[in-house]
Write a protein of this length. Structure first.
Length: 279
């Protein structure tokens, strides 16, 4: 899968946490409310942001397995979680964390989720989670993933899947063309075959419905205003870089768009959260 830098993940984490849909997270928490403990597989875990954002809604005893293809990000996750916890210690290869009254054990596995998907799900967690992952995967992989969840009756809590909505203020004449070109780039192969990109949310919902799951969805769009100048600038630069690779926008027009977007007042970037459980 295409990699992400720890700097980019750290920059986006506050916006990710603020955007997470509270109603969807509350529904996940209610599902596990009567359980004393929960085991979680976190796909594409990066530096552990999903754990940090979700732990408070889950039972007092938690075991998280962080799964990523990038061993470097897993190493950063270990350090960040040790610093984030109220108390932390190492127990063999696992971390034992105390945070806000929760006891959380964490282990970390470097895994190729295209090659080893069914094997990983065979570990039989109580919950599978992922953040900002499924728009990078393909229609084929999403259908395979949902079929594997269904075969083992595993629920999924997914957050921050891009849905293609994008609105910058003030508007710019190149916005529509840039959006189309960026969507084309999103559909390139990110390691799972041609990526679903902005179609991922609907593809996932359809696959879960066909598998007989109950689903709940909620908006988790980024709202980037004057509080997020660095993230807005980084987003504009990464968007322009991706669009430039498509060749759909003249370089001079794209450079003009990027200059305007670096100085934008705000940006709203569409994401969706999804809670799917077998019935």
């Amino acid at each position: 899968m295409a990699g992400f830098s720890q700097e980019w993940l750290a920059l986006r984490e506050p916006a990710d946490h603020a955007a997470r849909n509270p109603q969807v997270l509350a529904a996940v928490g209610a599902y596990f409310a009567e359980k004393p403990s929960v085991s979680v597989l976190d796909f594409g875990s990066g530096t552990g942001s999903n754990l940090r954002a979700s732990h408070a809604a889950l039972p007092d005893r938690q075991h998280w397995t962080l799964i990523d293809h990038d061993a470097g990000l897993l190493s950063v996750a270990r350090d960040r979680l040790m610093g984030w916890a109220d108390e932390a210690r190492e127990q063999g290869e696992e971390l034992v964390l105390a945070k806000g009254g929760k006891t959380i054990t964490v282990d970390m596995r470097q895994v190729d989720l295209d090659k080893d998907l069914e094997w990983v799900l065979g570990w039989q967690p109580d919950l599978v989670t992922a953040a900002a992952l499924f728009d990078l995967t393909s229609k084929r992989w999403i259908e395979r993933f949902v079929a594997a969840l269904a075969s083992q009756h595993l629920p999924l809590y997914s957050v921050l899947t891009c849905d293609g909505r994008e609105e910058w203020q003030p508007a710019h004449p190149a916005d529509a063309g840039v959006s189309i070109a960026f969507a084309e780039h999103q559909r390139g192969d990110k390691g799972f075959g041609p990526a679903a990109g902005p179609d991922a949310c609907e593809l996932m919902a359809e696959a879960f419905r066909k598998s007989g799951f109950a689903i709940s969805t909620g908006d988790s769009s980024w709202v980037l205003d004057e509080r997020h100048p660095e993230l807005r600038a980084a987003l504009a630069e990464s968007t322009a870089s991706a669009v430039g690779e498509t060749g759909r926008i003249e370089p001079a027009a794209l450079a003009e768009w990027l200059t305007a977007r670096r100085a934008a007042q705000s940006a709203r970037i569409g994401h969706q959260d999804l809670w799917a459980r077998p019935v």
